[in-house]
Structures are given as structure tokens and as C-alpha cells.
Design a protein around this ligand. Sequence first.
Ligand SMILES: Cc1cc2nc3c(=O)[nH]c(=O)nc-3n(C[C@H](O)[C@H](O)[C@H](O)COP(=O)(O)OP(=O)(O)OC[C@H]3O[C@@H](n4cnc5c(N)ncnc54)[C@H](O)[C@@H]3O)c2cc1C
Length: 545
Amino acid sequence: MNGRPAALPPLRWWGWGERETPVPPGLLDLLRDEAGVSGELSGRPPDLDAVTLPDHPLPAPLSRRLARIVGAANVRRGIEERVRHAAGRSYLDLLALRSGCLPGAPDAVVHPASAAEVALVLRACADAGCAVVPFGGGTSVVGGVAPARGPFAALITLDLERMNALVDVDTTSQTATLQAGMRGPRAETALRARGLTLGHFPQSFEYATVGGFAATRSAGQASTGYGRFDELTRGLRLIAPRTELNVTAFPASAAGPSLLELVLGSEGSFGVITDVTVRVHAAPRFRRYAGWSMPDFDSGTALLRDLAQRRVLPDVARLSDATETRASLAVAAGRAADMARRYLELRGQREPCLLVLGWEGDGATVGARERPAARLLRKHGAISLGAAPGRAWLHGRYDGPYLRDSLLDRGVLAETLETAAEWSHLHTVRAAVSDALQTSLAARGTPPLVGCHVSHVYGDGASLYFTVLAAQETGHEVAQWSAAKRAATGALQSAGGTLTHHHGVGVDHAAWLEGEVGPAGIGALRAVKTQLDPDGIMNPGKLLG
Ligand SMILES: Cc1cc2nc3c(=O)[nH]c(=O)nc-3n(C[C@H](O)[C@H](O)[C@H](O)COP(=O)(O)OP(=O)(O)OC[C@H]3O[C@@H](n4cnc5c(N)ncnc54)[C@H](O)[C@@H]3O)c2cc1C
């Protein structure tokens, strides 16, 4: 299904999963040559016992009330529990966790087992004036699960891990209702047992949850074919502190503005999503993934636009720019990578751009869908690299975050950011963001390697996903990345990109949201928040700032 077991160990408290992933020597050489990275081991995180946390006991009456609702064992205040819920998984989160000094951590972590318990917990917190941070897998990269208190003295994190059942499958309609705390592998395994797939595979698939996917409008690696999570979602249940919203699943509806759309992407600011009804698909019996080399990024995007506008897109379409392709070849270093490089040079491609396309379904439909694409690939100058790059990508598609931990061990700044834009200004946005990152980091004496890929393709435009690698500025790591991120965000907004294609707003992007939706948009969202969360306890500081 995805090459990983359904029951993974929990996230490392300071990073990603337990699997050690050494930095490939070829990548280290590239970083030494092009980004001035020393590559020396520069330290591992401290022991958990050495982590310092603020001393914030939960008020005793609230603590007792919560214990009556969920059971005393499910109101947890241990150090490890609080540390595990103190941050998401952005680069800045990882720096904070690795520093061992966490000025913010929840006072307690509450684990409800049902929507009824969620409702009672939220009511208790509203009565007591206690902030609530909903927590799925904790993989937010925009500060979505940061324990920000707002005006409240007390704060709990509400972890949905116990709500992880498949509630219902309607095989006739091809829909399924899943509890919000189901992680990707568990949801997929439960559906596969019925011959179905969710088709949602973000890079964080192993740890992120169904509720998190809905709350952030997540996009998976196969979203070009199966659809983004917001497109897959048909209905849901939102428990707010003093009320509840049930959005019934329909194939489509014209009954006024979409309440579903209002909850999707609400990032815990309006309430807690407890159940999600999604469109599911027959599990593919056949898949064909293959690689091509494009002469440059422009011909690659022209090809993707052609595929999209002629409506012959594959399920996975992923185009890397020349820098990212070089990094992939460096990771794969060896005879095959050298031969590929020489072969492409002979064919006139000196700065090749790797393209991976993947089709899923049954043998006959995959063949029929592939044929028109083959003609367009030839037209745009693609050179076939065969099945190996497709297989390699499928095999390694969840490896990035494991590798990031090892890069941080070696003093490397490693972070990503993303946007989307219409085709007519996609290249302007890409250039503006790249330039902003290069200029900001080079000015600090740490010139970066900035790679970019397109991985979500639409008729009118595409996503752009940037990976930034640079030497860390020792002693100023936070300021170094914060300045680069500010510059990149300003650049993408001025050039016409969206603030975020799939990571969401959280704390990190909140100040920029008005630039995208305008003051009336912010006012409308605030009015909804006031209606659903009149005490303002839900996830303070996120989305609306
Ligand atoms: C290495 C890495 C790779 C990633 N790759 C992708 C990718 O390919 N595509 C993508 O879209 N994203 C990606 N992300 C971002 C992240 O995984 C997604 O935003 C994901 O949807 C978050 O799910 P989660 O369960 O971890 O949510 P959390 O991180 O726990 O929460 C995210 C936000 O949603 C809120 N929330 C969570 N659950 C609920 C709920 N039940 N009800 C209400 N609010 C809730 C939280 O309060 C928070 O604001 C990646 C992150 C990392 C670290």
C-alpha cells in the first residue's frame, strides 16, 4: 500500500520517526560545494530529562471536571506528554525542541474518546476560561499546534488519538466516515480491507490524521488524480465550545454558501472536527510510475499545463527544477545516476529537470489514459528514463522528514515552503520567491541551495514547493530562517501567489492572511468565530492572528 507498517512508533519528541537516515555522501558533497555547509556533526538533542518547561498547573477545579469527563488517566501532565505537544514540525519547531528550552507547553493534554466527551471538555474549558489547542498528528509546519494562550491563563491540548475508528463505509456511494484521530496508515489500511482507498498521501501521511487533513485543507502527493482532501470531503461534524455543526454529506448542494468550506481549513479556530465523511475510490489494481527528463523547467510546466487543459492528467505529476534534480541525482549517486547524467548530456540536456508521472487504476484504463500523455511528452521534448525513477520516487516518498533530522544534526538549515499561482504568473512567482530566499540568506553569509517542484496541477495553474538548504548561522538560527521566510512570503504575495497551497495559515502566516482575503474577508471569518466560539478559547493566535 505504501511500504510502511500501519502501526508506527510515535514521532520522536525532537524530530520525526525512529528510522535513522544518514545523509547520502553525494548530497553532503553538493551541500559543501554549493552552500558552504561543513557537514560536521554539530550536536544531537538533549535528554528528555534536561528539557525545561514552564510550570503552569491546570486550575484544580477544571482539572477535576476534565478528569470526570475523560477519566483521570486521560488528563495527562507528564513531562514527555507536554513536550510531545509543545510544538509542530517546522524547522523552527525542531530548533526549539532540540534546544531543550520550551517556553510554551500545554498545562495538560486531554485525550477524549468520543464526540460527546469532546463537547463536554470544550464546555468545561469555556466555563473556566481555558484555551484549547486541537491536536491530530502534530505535524503542522506553520505553528498550528503551538500552545499559544492568547488572553487565557490556562491551556490544554486536546489530542484526538483515541478517536481513531472507521465509522461507516457506503460502498454503493463510495463514501466513508472516519473519526478525526485516524492517522493516514490506519485509515488507508481499514479502507483497503474493503477494496477501497482514500488516495490521500501527503509526505506526512505516516503521522498526520484525518481531522488534521480536513482542518488544514491538506493536499497529498496523488491529489492531482484523487483530489485534495478538501475536494474529497463531503460531510463532517464540528463540535464547538457551546454548539455543534453537522454538515451532511451530499454529492453536491446549492443550499446556500457551503458550511463545509467554512470548516475546511478552519485549523481548530472554530471547534473540533470529530468525524469526516469522504469520497473514497476503488483501490487501484495496477499502477504505472515512470520518469522523464525535460530540457528545462519551462518546457516541463508547458507540458503539465497541456496535460491539465486537455484533461489527460495522470494521478501523480511531479516536476523538479534543475537544482532539485541535481540534488536527487546526488542522493542517488552511483553508476546509474552517472550514466543518466552522461546520456542526457549527449541528448543535449545539460540542466535536466526530472518529471515523474504516475497512473493508477486497472490495466486497461491506465493504458487508455497514458496514450494521449505519451504524444504530449514527445511534443514537449521529454526523454524517457523508464520505470526506475518512478519506482525510486514511490519507494522514497516518505523519507524526506527522516533525512531532515540527520541534516539538522550536521548543522544544515533545511526547510520548505509552498504556494500556488495561475499559469500566467507561475514563473514570476517562482523567480520572486527563489530570489528572495537567495538574497536574504546570501546577505547573511549563508548562500542557500533552493530547489523547487510542481506537484499539484490544475487547469488554471499549479503549486510551487520550495526546498531550502543552507549552512546554519550558528547562534542566530531562528533569526536567519525567520528573515528568509519573511522575505519569501512577501515576495510570493506581491508576485501573485497564494499565501499557502496546502500547509495552512497557523501562527506563521496569520499576519499575512489579510493581504490575501482583505479586511472584509477577515471580518467575515471573525464573525463566524464569534458565533461558534464566543469565548474565543479555540486555538488562540492561529488563522486570524
Ligand atoms: C515532513 C512534513 C511533510 C508534510 N507534507 C505535507 C503534504 O505533503 N501535504 C500537506 O498538505 N501537508 C503536509 N505537511 C503539513 C501537515 O502534515 C498537514 O498540515 C497535516 O494535514 C496536518 O495533520 P495533523 O493531523 O498532523 O494536524 P496537526 O498538526 O495536529 O494540526 C494542524 C492544525 O489543524 C488543527 N487540527 C488538527 N486536528 C483537528 C481536528 N480534529 N479538529 C479541528 N482542528 C484540528 C490543529 O489545531 C492545527 O491548527 C507536512 C508536514 C511535515 C512535517
